[in-house]
Write a protein that binds this ligand. Structure first.
Ligand code: C2E
Ligand code: MG
Ligand code: MG
Ligand code: MG
Length: 292
């Protein structure tokens, strides 16, 4: 495993073959033949404050820069990583690399850096022990304060999996790390999750946001989750904001935070840094000026 962090791009090279041989000799052979080296990159997507469109956070999203197939999206390779039992390894690398990048931006931009770094954590990582150690080590080695980090939990994970991790999540939260429920509304046991887990915020699934202007049902779900979050004192982010009309409607509904292709695409670290510097200018961010 080799890791180069900082500078213009975070590049994590994962020796999948070696890991597979060491840990999963049977499962490994097939995948190891197909994949000699897994080259991971992080992209970052802005999360904006609806009120003034300031970038309040960024979400780290993993990509695989495949030597022949080019850039692969998570859905194209996470299932294989999961089958090989390597999701906890992947999550750890993402967490470490993202904390290092984010620390760099806070050093450069000070108060004007985004407040939060969001990192996705898979159910497999929650089942495995050691979340607290993994998170605190990543924060320590980057020199990042825990209250800058937010973990996004897959809402699709079974409640039993998530509840098995309650004490680990509570421990992490005691350090000041926030816990967000991702893709809220997409699964079935969503509302029960809120009762059982030490959750600090929710992310409204993009399907409801993209449908809300044409479908009354979707609109009602966005409103419901927004009100619910507000009443419970949770941070609420709407995902999948693709148009100016989406953003305007979220503003009307009082949803505080938005994330989507309209408010900012996932982008490599160097381009995100340029974007962040753009927000230092007075007035609305130039990359949103056309939004009116
Ligand atoms: P997610 O955590 O819900 O991330 C949001 C996904 O929605 C991202 O897809 C993002 O590119 C996409 N997206 C953002 N804005 C819009 C929009 O306006 N419209 C549409 N249609 N899509 C939008 P991506 O990067 O392909 O990631 C897919 C999923 O893979 C993520 O969903 C997350 O569950 C998982 N994932 C990504 N990175 C990681 C990681 O580092 N670790 C783990 N465990 N899972 C990850
Ligand atoms: Mg997420
Ligand atoms: Mg999401
Ligand atoms: Mg999603």
């Amino acid at each position: 495993r080799a890791k180069q962090s900082g500078g213009d791009a975070v590049r994590v090279v994962v020796d999948v073959e070696g890991l597979l041989r060491a840990r999963h000799p049977a499962a490994g052979r097939g995948l190891a033949r197909a994949i000699e080296k897994l080259e991971l990159r992080l992209h970052y997507q802005p999360i904006i404050r609806v009120r003034d469109r300031a970038i309040e956070g960024v979400e780290a999203l993993v990509r695989w820069q495949h030597p022949e197939q080019g850039r692969l999206l998570p859905q194209q390779f996470l299932p294989d990583v999961a089958r090989a039992g390597l999701l906890p390894e992947l999550d750890r690398w993402v967490l470490e690399a993202a904390c290092a990048d984010f620390r760099g931006w806070t050093a450069e931009l000070g108060d004007r850096a985004p407040r939060h770094l969001n990192v996705n954590i898979s159910a497999d990582t929650l089942v495995a022990d050691g979340l607290e150690t993994m998170v605190m080590e990543a924060l320590d080695s980057a020199g990042l304060a825990p209250d800058r980090l937010r973990l996004e939990l897959p809402e699709s994970a079974e409640l039993s999996v998530l509840t098995g991790a309650v004490s680990q999540l509570a421990a992490v939260r005691r350090h000041g790390v926030a816990i967000m429920l991702d893709d809220m509304g997409a699964g079935l046991s969503t509302l029960r999750h809120l009762s059982v887990l030490p959750v600090s915020g929710i992310k409204i699934d993009q399907l409801f946001v993209s449908g809300m202007l044409s479908n009354r049902n979707d609109h009602a779900v966005v409103r419901l989750l927004s009100d619910l979050g507000h009443n419970l004192g949770l941070a609420v982010t709407a995902e999948g904001v693709e148009t100016a009309e989406h953003l305007a409607e979220l503003r009307r509904l009082g949803v505080p935070h938005a994330q989507g292709f309209y408010t900012g695409r996932p982008q490599p670290p160097d381009r995100l840094f340029d974007t962040l510097q753009g927000t230092l200018l007075p007035g609305p961010a130039p990359w949103l000026a056309a939004a009116g």
